[in-house]
Design a protein around this ligand. Sequence first.
Ligand code: NAD
Length: 244
Amino acid sequence: SNPRPMKTALVTGAAGGIGAATARRLAREGLRVLCVDMPATKDALIALTSEIGGELLAIDLVSAEAPHKIAAAAARFGGLEVLVHNAGITRDRTLTRMSAAEWDSVMAVNLSAIATIDDRLDIDGLIVDGAREICLSSISGIAGNAGQTNYSASKAALIGYVRARADELATRGITVNAVAPGFIETAMTRRIPLMLREAGRRLNALKQGGRPEDVAEAIAFLAAPESGPINAQVLRVCGQSLLG
Ligand code: NAD
């Protein structure tokens, strides 16, 4: 008798390009997905969960109630086997023009919120032994990207977080890895001015933007039970970046 009939996953930023592709990909694997994104994306989350099942949570990850709301949903799921920390933002500007708020908001979403949510889930015992945790870093965090000191710093710091957390959880068979995409065609990169978009494309040796589905495939690979020996790694999905 199997007390856990269906495996469960958390995907943050699930209304976005890479997040939605990942939620769909994991659902195809038979996972029940908790799809989390901003309140303003609720309609997209409803459409997504009516397509793939699972549950939705429309909440700002930086808000004080987010960790508890996510933990409550994870408890309803009976714990989490897969965690995909995918939500992320850019506030691109050269450093002299960048406001303190732009620096802080990128750090808060791309880095601190992940630690705060993981901490809550750890305390409540909601990450099952043998779980797979995957964080979305970026080639920008490895190579650095002009106009993105805040974003590059947050994505580089996330790699340090992943390595240290992998070390902390290793005895429980939990793996923690990062995926570092190059330039992927999503809403995030559509917001980038044309000149910077061209610079972004140079971060991807394929000379074209990758697709969200390419990243979802790498995430699904790391999320698989068979990926147990792969831990504390950074998997680049960039068609062999010319930089970094
Ligand atoms: P996207 O903008 O399409 O999706 C990001 C999603 O995160 C959005 O739906 C947004 O609403 C959500 N989000 C942002 N802040 C949130 C918050 N405070 N609370 C809840 N949800 C929040 O972007 P994407 O390209 O799909 O990016 C997904 C991840 O991949 C990000 O971490 C990004 O940094 C990373 N990444 C993207 C690229 C790329 O080229 N697109 C490259 C490297 C890394």
